[in-house]
Design a protein around this ligand. Structure first.
Ligand code: NAP
Length: 252
């Protein structure tokens, strides 16, 4: 089997990094399940893929809800076939300084990033084990190294690195790799929301960020999609348990 007839699931694929990844994997030859909170939100991504001659379906599911995850993966199996590639990308921010961070801000971030990746990986791994082949990529972040205002998010993104390494150890014997991609600043709705939170215009925010990045620009979703494309390729079968920072330079 090659990328030409494999099925990939990308969560949070209605926009941003998830959408770019879904589009890239479809161009690589995968049939792609575009999972997002609302099925209707994924339609844009699906239309872009089908217009370019690819195959995709939009599936609505909250990745932090076990029943919705199970139903979504069953639908993917029925409509596209067994998923052997999973990109856990869905994410939310609930930024605040620790003293202002509510319990629900903490829980929401943990549930979407960490529990979501756990539920999706668990639901997909049984198909990957049956196929004796799989590729799992989890979206971590440079914030895993610590970032002011993001106690919840940085803990979740650091947690995903430990989760990734454990999956690599448990599942490697079945031909399954697990890796994490840790983006730096990528221009998406998420970073636009951060600019708004700190009271800056997005253009000004991006210019200030670019000045701190060795390649002298901020990232775009396609930068991350390119790295994920490599990690989910057949030829990357000896790369597992790694965290790849894609940030335009080394981080402190
Ligand atoms: P984004 O533009 O905000 O897109 C995130 C997508 O995830 C949205 O479509 C969102 O749906 C969806 N989503 C949220 N909660 C969900 C849930 N419970 N179930 C299913 N889908 C859900 O974010 P992005 O910037 O592309 O980021 C993608 C990933 O990369 C995230 O994990 C993020 O933490 C990580 N990352 C981003 C950056 C960056 O600079 N942008 C840097 C490091 C890491 P709604 O639109 O309905 O909310």
């Amino acid at each position: 089997m090659t990328e030409q007839n494999r099925v990939a699931i990308v969560t949070g694929a209605a926009r941003g990094i998830g959408a770019a990844t879904a589009i890239r994997l479809a161009a690589d030859g995968f049939a792609v399940a575009v999972i997002d909170l609302e099925e209707s939100a994924g339609k844009d991504t699906v239309e872009k893929i089908t217009a370019a001659g690819g195959k995709a379906v939009a599936v609505g599911a909250d990745v932090s809800n076990g029943e919705q995850v199970a139903a979504a993966v069953e639908r993917v199996v029925a409509e596209l076939g067994v998923p052997t590639v999973l990109v856990n990308n869905a994410g939310v921010l609930r930024d605040n300084l620790l003293f202002r961070m509510s319990e629900s801000d903490w829980d929401t971030v943990m549930n979407v990033h960490l529990k979501g990746a756990f539920l999706m990986s668990k639901a997909c791994q049984k198909h990957m084990v049956d196929e004796r082949y799989g590729r799992i990529v989890n979206l971590s972040s440079s914030s895993a190294l610590g970032n002011r205002g993001q106690a919840n998010y940085s803990a979740a993104k650091a947690g995903l690195q430990g989760f990734t390494k454990t999956l690599a150890k448990e599942l490697g014997q079945f031909g399954i790799t697990a890796n994490a991609v840790a983006p730096g600043f990528i221009a998406t709705d998420m970073t636009a929301a951060t600019a708004e939170r700190v009271g800056m215009g997005f253009e000004e925010f991006k210019t200030a960020a670019a000045a701190m990045i060795p390649v002298n620009r901020v990232g775009v979703p396609e930068d991350i999609a390119h790295t994920i494309s490599f990690l989910v390729s057949e030829g990357a079968g000896f790369v597992s348990g790694q965290v790849i920072y894609v940030a335009g330079g080394p981080l402190d």
